[in-house]
Design a protein around this ligand. Structure first.
Ligand SMILES: [Zn+2]
Length: 295
């Protein structure tokens, strides 16, 4: 409303000024120009003073909306620094794959769990017992599947990994149809993102004090034979030398050895499978030694 009124006043003033200008002497024009300039300056000041309180809430709302959009779409971009967009670059790629069992009874149950607001868990892929695959997050997005954990020096596994959940209650064997589809999916992922074989790991590997998935029934040896994860060479096993430091070896593989017993159990759940006591037998040490030498 104010804007329209002032626009009309200004148009009339400009029209009058034009008429006066064309019919005045040079001196009179000067005086007129001065008066007109003063009048317009005052007019603008009044305009600002009148409109400021009216527009302030709208400006505040727009600023808030802009800040919210900024936070939602560019949370990593600093507002306080100058911004010059680089022309070279792309999205970060996953460099690890973490395999889980869902510890639930059905694929539908897991999908429900991952879509309830309070659960705060998710994974990129879920594979059903019959081989049905459901993707729930873009590969480039960060799923909430790893939780607190450590592998080597990495402490935020969610930021570097894809999470794959296998529909399994933790006590069932993994059906061939499910593993076949997993292998195909891993093939695609490995080639697409160039993930090293040793970086295909289990949830229990990175969180040995909290997690036990995938269970001892998971076929890690079969996966390793296809280039997903590492395995030992049974025919080349040798007794580890007395000087062999098993704790260092576990740490070099990636295990968090701050809780050594938990790390040993995690190692044995994957490679030994039958005995989950927190001690390493001579055989266990030779398996560990064999894997250690591969790294
Ligand atoms: Zn898990």
């Amino acid at each position: 409303m104010y804007y329209k009124i002032y626009t009309k006043i200004s148009m009339v003033a400009i029209l009058l000024a034009t008429i006066l200008f064309t019919s005045c002497s040079a001196r009179k024009r000067q005086v007129l120009q001065h008066n007109l300039t003063t009048s317009i300056t005052e007019d603008i000041a009044l305009f600002k003073e009148t409109l400021a309180p009216v527009l302030a809430p709208a400006i505040d709302s727009l600023t808030l909306a802009k800040d919210k959009l900024h936070a939602a779409f560019e949370p990593g971009r600093r507002k306080d620094l100058s911004w010059v967009p680089a022309i070279h670059g792309d999205l970060r790629k996953p460099n690890y794959v973490i395999i889980h069992h869902t510890a639930q009874e059905t694929l539908a149950q897991t999908i429900r769990t991952f879509t309830l607001p309070h659960t705060k868990v998710s994974a990129h892929y879920i594979i059903g017992k019959n081989g049905e695959v459901v993707q729930m997050l873009n590969d480039y997005e960060r799923a909430w599947h790893a939780g607190a954990g450590k592998w080597g020096s990495i402490t935020d596994l969610n930021s570097v990994s894809l999470g794959i959940e296998l529909d399994n209650n933790g006590f069932q064997p993994f059906p061939t149809a499910q593993i076949d589809v997993l292998l195909t999916l891993l093939d695609t992922i490995k080639v697409k993102y160039g993930i090293p074989a040793a970086n295909f790991i289990g949830h229990a590997d990175i969180a040995p004090t909290r997690k036990n998935d995938p269970s001892t029934l998971f076929p890690w040896e079969q996966l390793a034979s296809r280039g997903f994860g590492i395995w030992y060479d049974l025919q080349f096993l040798e007794t580890a030398p007395d000087s062999f430091n098993t704790t260092d070896a576990l740490r070099i593989i990636g295990y968090d050895t701050r809780n050594l017993k938990a790390a040993i159990i995690a190692f044995k759940r994957k490679f030994i499978r039958k005995d989950l006591s927190p001690e390493l037998t001579v055989f266990d040490k030779s398996v560990l030694y064999n894997i250690y030498k591969k790294l």
